[in-house]
Design a protein around this ligand. Structure first.
Ligand code: GLN
Length: 321
């Protein structure tokens, strides 16, 4: 299969070179001071296949912070620690047509239950549900999950964390509202610390491609060769990624790319292709995909990363539909 992967790599190299020039159509996430001044035209990708094949292109080794991609992991951690029904009693699984940090519909959706774990209101609630009586204990639970997936302990970008901690007025407002309506189980500051630290976890495209691959395989870890997540939790996470993972561009993404994906404002996208008996070639056995391109659009999704993924989906018939 060496020939096939080198062909795929040649395609990726060509597309990465082409799409990085579109970075000027986006901006870095300027509302988080530490995310300003990133190299807009960086674009990198890592694809991992179940057999161990890794295909990379461009700036795939550049470290970046998880940001909202962490919402998938904290949701999984909360389900493992508290049980699915406990979590879903407190956070719904319905997409919104609103921005990821929107406050407006929280009060309209009586009695204030957050719509889904992929928007900030839902993710802050999920952070408060993690097992443990303090923010370090809650974070430890999440770090242990990440360590079991990646085989290494995650680290935090302190500068990004501090930068957001000091400027996160809207997230604080959301947390206070959720506290008033009793969805937040911990103190406001505690939930915010957990949420903003999980957003500051440092990864590369290879890390998120591996998590994507594990989800593609319904929780089976290809390197450890064991089931590391319950199938039911993996399926829920994928459904949330498909319906809510790209925020209020999730519909367009499902229509034109058609794979579960989760973005973050630092420019990361974690995507996956489930195995398919129907798909003739390439990636019949599925794959995990990690992308980094720091120029984001008005929805908070990587501009160049989204273009690259769309091209791949079209060329390689990746859509699950
Ligand atoms: N930390 C960011 C925030 O809360 C994450 C948002 C995102 O990646 N969309 O605003």
């Amino acid at each position: 299969n060496i020939h096939a992967s080198s062909q795929k790599k040649a395609c990726l190299d060509e597309w990465v070179a082409h799409y990085r020039s579109y970075a000027t159509k986006g901006q870095t996430a300027n509302y988080i001071p530490a995310l300003r001044n990133k190299h807009l035209s960086q674009l990198g990708i890592c694809i991992l296949e179940p057999g161990g094949t890794m295909i990379t292109s461009g700036d795939w080794e550049v470290p970046f912070t998880l940001q909202s991609i962490s919402k998938v992991l904290s949701f999984i951690a909360a389900c493992l620690g508290r049980g699915i029904s406990y979590v879903l009693d407190r956070v719904d699984v319905e997409p919104t047509g609103d921005a990821f940090n929107s406050i407006i519909r929280l009060e309209m959706h009586k009695p204030g239950k957050p719509f889904n774990p992929m928007i900030n209101a839902g993710a802050i609630t999920i952070a408060s549900l993690l097992p443990g009586e303090s923010s370090p204990k809650k974070l430890e639970f999440l770090y242990e999950l990440i360590e079991s997936l990646l085989g290494k302990r995650p680290t935090i970008n302190e500068e990004v964390f501090q930068s957001e901690w000091l400027t996160s007025h809207r997230n604080r407002a959301l947390a206070h509202y959720l506290k008033e309506t009793n969805y937040l189980e911990s103190d406001v500051e505690e939930a915010l610390e957990v949420y903003l630290k999980q957003c500051s976890i440092v990864v590369t495209t290879e890390d998120i491609a591996l998590i994507g691959l594990i989800l593609a395989q319904d929780g089976y870890h290809p390197i450890r060769q064991e089931q590391v997540l319950p199938k039911e939790v993996a399926k829920l996470a994928k459904a949330l990624m498909l319906t809510c993972g790209m925020y209020n561009a999730s519909g367009k993404f499902a229509a034109f790319v058609g794979v579960p994906a989760k973005s973050g404002v630092s420019g990361g996208i974690m995507a996956l292709v489930p195995p398919s008996a129907r798909r003739e070639m390439p990636f019949q056995d599925g794959c995990g995909i990690g992308i980094y391109g720091p120029a984001i659009d008005e929805y908070g999704n990587s501009v160049t990363g989204g273009m690259l993924l769309k091209q791949m989906a079209q060329e390689w018939d990746l859509s699950i539909f």
